[in-house]
Design a protein around this ligand. Structure first.
Ligand code: FAD
Length: 423
């Protein structure tokens, strides 16, 4: 196209959230020449810019930071390593070794040796849930409410019901209470908590906010502004039980009902996506179905803690740099399989290269006590771990030692056996 700018980079990273920043720093440290991060927002930091509460960094830094403090450390580390950042720039289309971006100075065509996808995720909305009722104002996703309060200083409402016990919803229950609102209930469809137990203790129990498990919102009332929601308990098939409805007067309903990895860009490049995680299918190098394209952070699978995102993304960045230099090992790959009690396993395949141990991340389908996690291949136990208590809100890990990785000759299964199921 006439006048279109073209630039060539060793590694291009899409997204300057914690995943992209960590990947860019690691790519530079692994020897990549020029590393460029493109970010559609005006500033780096991703979702962490609006997460002003503490609780970040305990694993990576051994201290408790707020979201912006955590992001700032990685912004400085990526810059100190020599990664370049282009803000206000949206990646629009992925071709084989080219990324088409809209930047403040027009369309830019980036040619890359390797690409890292780190676009994060977005929240599920009322449209994804199909809740019946009126369409008044006062209904927000929990993250939108977080952004309005924490970044713009707005007040979102006084009497609040939260649907979904995900981490963002519980954190917003506390935030709204501290802002003087009355959070009347957190309503959860499942018979167990969707988020982390530590968030229930710190954000609901400490403030006396009731959690109603096995309940859902069945109706919404209000003309201009929300005036009430109707909730009902659900049966074991998650269907509302007629005759048990209860109306709760409120002016605000927050939805904390799950995140969807932002893979529109990945689709333009024909990257294979998992129907379960809705992120790219990768091997342990975080390499997608296009060998020059890597993925990490929430665009790959929804993580529980940002510390996990940083560690996983550093691996993606380092491997992208190795690939761009023609130094990433290749060997036969074997699929990973989510066995009984396991919802998904990431990575979805393991390359039988014995250079390093391989960490498998997974989530269980049900909460339980006295749990044993087992990773097997061809009848051999590769890794095992016991946990006193686990829940689907927690991301679990098993590490396959590098010798066992080198000796792989078939699929790898992860399964979970609870001593007692808690649902
Ligand atoms: C609303 C919300 C609140 C959260 N609160 C917490 C919390 O309190 N504690 C916690 O541990 N975790 C929290 N999380 C989880 C948190 O998202 C992750 O731990 C972490 O931020 C994921 O990092 P990421 O870099 O993968 O994604 P993000 O932080 O979402 O960063 C992705 C970046 O990519 C950019 N981008 C996307 N598409 C494009 C494109 N096409 N072109 C250019 N740039 C693009 C985005 O603008 C964004 O800056 C929250 C998540 C959400 C959605």
């Amino acid at each position: 196209m006439l006048g279109m700018k073209t630039k060539t980079c060793d590694v291009v990273v899409v997204g300057a959230g914690p995943a992209g920043l960590s990947a860019a720093e690691a790519a530079k440290s692994a020897g990549a020449g020029n590393v460029l991060i493109v970010e559609r927002d005006a500033a780096a930091g991703g979702i962490l810019r609006q997460c002003i509460h503490p609780g970040f960094g305990l694993k990576v830094f051994g201290e408790e930071l707020t979201g912006p403090e955590y992001a700032e450390r990685y912004i400085e580390r990526a810059a100190a390593a020599g990664a370049e950042l282009l803000t206000g720039t949206t990646a629009l289309e992925l071709r084989d070794r080219e990324l088409v971006c809209a930047s403040p100075s027009g369309i830019v065509n980036l040619r890359f040796g390797a690409l890292v996808l780190a676009m994060g995720c977005r929240e599920r909305t009322r449209a994804n849930l199909v809740i019946p009722g009126a369409r008044p104002s006062g209904i927000y996703t929990a993250g939108t409410a977080q952004k309005l309060i924490n970044l713009f200083g707005d007040k979102v409402g006084r009497e609040v019901v939260i649907l979904g016990s995900g981490d963002i919803g519980m954190i917003m229950a506390r935030r709204l209470t501290l802002e003087g609102a009355h959070v009347k209930a957190v309503v959860e469809l499942l018979p167990f908590l969707a988020g982390l137990a530590r968030n229930k203790a710190q954000c609901l129990d400490d403030f006396g906010i009731p959690l109603l498990l096995s309940h859902t919102v069945v109706d919404i009332d209000g003309v201009d502004r929300l005036t009430s929601v109707t909730i009902a308990p659900v049966d074991e098939k998650r269907r509302p039980i007629p005759g048990k409805e209860e109306k709760i007067a409120c002016d605000t309903l927050l939805l904390s009902v799950g995140l969807i990895p932002e893979n529109e860009l990945s689709r333009t490049g024909g990257i294979a996506l998992s129907p379960v995680t809705r992120g790219p299918v990768v091997n342990q190098f975080k390499q997608t179905s296009n060998p020059a394209v890597f993925a990490c952070g929430n665009v790959l699978h929804v993580n529980d803690l940002v510390d996990h995102v940083s560690v996983e993304s550093a691996e993606a960045g380092r491997n992208a740099a190795l690939y761009a230099a023609g130094a990433l090992p290749s060997a036969p790959a074997f699929p990973t399989v989510a066995g009984p009690g396991v919802r998904y396993v990431c990575p979805q395949s393991v390359v039988a290269d014995g250079g390093e141990d391989v960490t498998l991340f997974f989530r269980t389908t049900l909460p339980g006590r006295r749990t044993e996690f087992l990773c097997t291949s061809g009848g051999k136990v590769l890794a095992t771990r016991k946990s006193p208590r686990t829940s689907p809100g927690t991301m679990e890990q098993l590490v396959i030692p590098k010798d066992a990785v080198a000796a792989l000759d078939g699929p790898v299964e992860v399964r979970c056996e609870h001593g007692e199921v808690l649902a």
